[in-house]
Write a protein that binds this ligand. Structure first.
Ligand SMILES: [Zn+2]
Length: 133
């Protein structure tokens, strides 16, 4: 029983740890204009590769307001639809990104609280329940 309990706890702690550290490549990639959620999943599945990849991806990207293709942040003309990107459009994209970032910060905070609560429940409650049995 003790061994099963111990290996289960190690597994649980390892998994929760992975869920937390997977935030790192997701954060780096989202700062470069990539999807936080997609990069988070990537980080959970292949952490070290996702982390290196997030560090290596070049420059920031934005979405063309007209065709929604991913283009370089510094581009003035979309290479897919040749739409000319005005300063106003760029400012709007940046504003949207700021809003998204604020929302993401809130979600990440909630997520970390949930993980901490989960960890507490599992390490404290499960431990005491197993002791009673
Ligand atoms: Zn375009």
């Amino acid at each position: 029983m003790g061994l099963v309990c111990l290996s289960y706890r190690i597994y649980m702690i390892g998994f929760l740890f992975l869920l937390v550290i997977a935030l790192l490549p997701a954060w780096i990639a989202s700062e470069k204009g990539r999807s936080f959620v997609k990069w988070y999943i990537y980080g959970v599945l292949l952490w070290i590769i996702a982390l290196l990849h997030s560090l290596l991806i070049k420059g920031s990207v934005i979405k063309c307001p007209k065709c929604l293709s991913t283009i370089d942040e510094k581009a003035t003309v979309c290479k897919y639809c040749t739409h000319k990107i005005t300063e106003d459009e760029k400012a709007e994209v940046m504003k949207a990104r700021e809003l998204k970032r604020a929302k993401m910060k809130k979600n990440v905070t909630i997520f970390l609280i949930v993980i901490a609560a989960y960890w507490l429940i599992f390490s404290v409650l499960l431990h005491s329940v197993l002791h009673v049995l």
